[in-house]
Design a binder for this molecule. Structure first.
Ligand SMILES: Nc1ncnc2c1ncn2[C@@H]1O[C@H](COP(=O)(O)OP(=O)(O)OP(=O)(O)O)[C@@H](O)[C@H]1O
Ligand SMILES: [Mg+2]
Length: 246
């Protein structure tokens, strides 16, 4: 199997001591994400999406299984993690005493970007996320949606090969959600592989090539975006069917 140009999730199993008694949050879960592809994961609250994302970006170790990027296990080759950009829980990513711009410069520097590179990236990202107004604001003073935007900016600043987003539209206004979708589609065209967990059936239907339904820690069902209407209604029907929620 040629694993270059892929993010591979293989056989992930994770159980928390206190979580659902006797049930693995993730149970031998496997799937792949290709470059130039948007894969979304959909499941009810508490079904393991954030746990999966934390493992995929190396923040949490699985009990079994591995995550591989371009053929290298992220837990054995820490350097390979620089190929991933992540946004999880927008309120926690940045330093609250720094302004948005100071956070961006700091994270950019950690990623090895020069000031000029940071400026160029910001210019490009601002076209979509309209962040000029928040740049000089201390992060602790930002609104929920503004913090979410900053978290996404920090995740994509270094132009990673793979982008992993946990509920990226949470707190975003309608226009910002739409321009975020446009940005993700453009990033995909630029060769980036994108994985997102979201409850937003509109955005998932509109941008995903593939949608994974997580149930009992495994892939219960897979849908292909080309077969879905963009308004999210068909996706909602499948969702209700899979989770048997009336
Ligand atoms: N650190 C932890 N310790 C113990 N249990 C945890 C921990 N993190 C998550 N869990 C449990 O694992 C399960 C999955 O949680 P997770 O946050 O991955 O769900 P989710 O699918 O992201 O939900 P949501 O849609 O609400 O974001 C839940 O039952 C949760 O209580
Ligand atoms: Mg979650």
């Amino acid at each position: 199997m040629d694993s270059r140009g892929k993010l591979i999730v293989h056989g992930l199993t994770k159980k928390f001591n206190r979580s659902l008694e006797g049930v693995e949050v993730l149970d031998d879960l496997s799937f792949e994400i290709n470059r130039e592809e948007i894969v979304s994961i959909l499941a009810p609250n508490g079904y393991g999406k954030t746990t999966l994302i934390r493992i995929m970006c190396g923040l949490l170790r699985p009990d079994k299984g591995y995550v591989e990027i371009n053929g290298e296990n992220i837990f054995n080759h820490a350097g390979v993690k620089k190929n991933i950009g992540v946004s999880i829980d927008g309120s926690k990513d940045s330093y609250s005493n720094f302004t948005a711009k100071e956070n961006i410069k700091y994270f950019g520097m950690l990623m090895g970007l020069s000031n000029v590179e940071i400026g160029l990236r910001l210019e490009k990202i601002s076209k979509y996320l309209n962040i000029e107004r928040i740049l000089n604001v201390r992060t602790s003073k930002l609104s929920r949606g503004q913090r979410q935007k900053l978290s996404i900016v920090l995740g994509i600043l270094h132009n990673p090969q793979y982008l992993i987003l946990d509920e990226p539209t949470l707190g975003l206004d309608l226009k910002s959600s739409q321009t975020l979708s446009d940005m993700l589609l453009d990033m995909k065209s630029d060769g980036i592989g994108i994985f997102l967990a979201s409850h937003d059936t509109n955005i998932i239907s509109k941008i995903s090539d593939r949608i994974i339904f997580l149930k009992n820690g495994k892939v219960e069902n897979t849908l292909y975006g080309c077969n879905l209407s963009h308004d999210g209604r068909e996706l909602e029907k499948v969702y209700l069917n899979v989770y048997d929620e009336k």
